[in-house]
Design a protein around this ligand. Sequence first.
Ligand code: 6PG
Length: 631
Amino acid sequence: MSKVYILMGVSGVGKTTLGMMLAEELSVPFYDADNFHSASNKEKMQNGIPLTDLDREGWLGKMSSLIPEWQSSNGGVLACSALKEKYRNQLAGGIDKDLEWIFLFEDFSIIADRISKRKLHFFNPDLLKSQYDTLEPPDYGIHIKVENSPEESLKEILQKLNMPEFGIIGLGVMGKSLALNMAGKNFLVSVYNRREGELEENIAQNFVDKYSDKYQLQGFDDLKNFVFSLKSPKKILLMIKAGDPIDEIIEELIPFLKTGDLILDGGNSHFKDTERRLEKLSELGIHFLGVGISGGEDGALNGPSIMPGGSKEGYNRVKDLLGSIAAKDRLERPCCNYIGPGSSGHYVKMVHNGIEYGEMQLIAEFYYFMRYFQDRSPEAISKVFTEWNLKQISFLLEITADILLKKENNQYLLDKVLDIAGQKGTGGWTTVAALEVGVSLDTITASVFARNISAFKKHKNQVRELYKLKNKADLEITDDELFKSYRSASVINHSIGFELLRIASVEYGWNLNFSEIARIWTNGCIIRSSFMEKLSGIYDSTKSSHLLLYPDIAEKLNEDQEIFTRIIPAILSQGCPMQVCSSALNYFLSFTRENTPANLIQAQRDYFGAHTYERIDKPRGEYFHSNWKPE
Ligand code: 6PG
């Protein structure tokens, strides 16, 4: 598709002159709207009879039907007054892609003066006045005040046509990497970073300067200039700290934005904040997308996994851009797709992080066992993880194998790292979100709690003194048994995360496509793995069940079941903690037993609180109360 440029404005503003110059510059055909009038319209105009909207309808419709033809060949430049929004809509006929509006304007007196000097025939200033009265300046497109020579106006048009399409606010690690990724794909990008104090370096300009020989980036530390540097409708990606800073910047942006502009929040925002912001911005006619972006610095630079949710119309505007900067799956499709309405994009990213927490802790638990209970060196464990990674590719296994080899002054760097795990919140949010929809989130919650426990280092040291744990005699556990136990726990951790998504999708009416979510996670993101490839194939695009119900999953778990149920308790029995592995096993056992002790819980509740219970020998929905006290 080629672009069609429409130069619009009152008569005498220079549409034809500039239009022809622009067409020549771009080597595309020039079209003058006057040439598309019907004979009857022409006759009316010759006799000085003003055209009615009805007269204009056929004329605009004719051009509107020609525009797609021009677009499918070389494109073109059309000079057409298109004074009212209604006329422009008729002309565009629903096409908003590959149409570039160029609005030429100048004060009435200047144009009147120009026309009266230029035209040899009588000039009626009333006619021009009525055009000014009719004019509804567009709040989009390129605006050119034709105060200079046509050559200079042309230069300005060409410069503005080169205006960045996309803006990024926030030049932290992720913001910078995404800007470079976009620039590397030939997108024109403006970047903004607040100048915190007088002494603060000019972060945006320095960043732009650093890459000026390679990329066309524009840098700003003034928000208004940044916003006005962008082509309309504006598309602005926020890559700043989640929480209040997002609300603050949105407030600052609103006065400079118009209906149809788009804000994308690419941080790890809480889904409820996203929901609230979406509601507020949609009332103002501003599109909003909560975009999960995974992959860290490297992913942002070379291709992250992208999960946009919210305004579908907004998504369609950035679909191509996001698709080209995203990682690619094995069939070269972008690891990016519209996730769903509302805050679904950020919710899905939150669950991604929950699964990530679980997977990280799982690997850490096996590392810990091999290191301190099997007395193996980091190098030897790295080798084990590399082997596992050949059997089941996982980015997290791969980086762990690297970490274990890293040395500083001939000593393992890992041994110098304080064992208190940080967290920014997404793991804990996943747990709370699961509680809100009544889902059991065992492994993910266990991984959050494992991080919490690690923070109580002082207490742990004191407690250790009090409880002398007896280590049992070494048990023989093979690497294959460890791998199969790891694989089972990992499958269960994924099942738990996807189950939360499945229930949340129903609860919030998002209609999530799990096959597509798994596909988006096959590359670029932190939990990318060959298992994710499998999940993408296992899930159906239209319906879904609990992952444990799929025959492929059942087959895998059944294969390893004897080992899994034997090895995890064996490791625990040696005094080695395994929070995630054991909760995965517990989840699996609770799900696969014919019944649970929940009947006893019901009886206890009924005993002390008359909470009633249902009976297996009566239909569901009938409630009973008994006097449980001994007679
Ligand atoms: C990603 C990561 C990224 C970040 C998380 C986890 O998908 O690229 O999940 O978003 O690492 O914020 O951070 P914490 O471990 O600090 O909670």
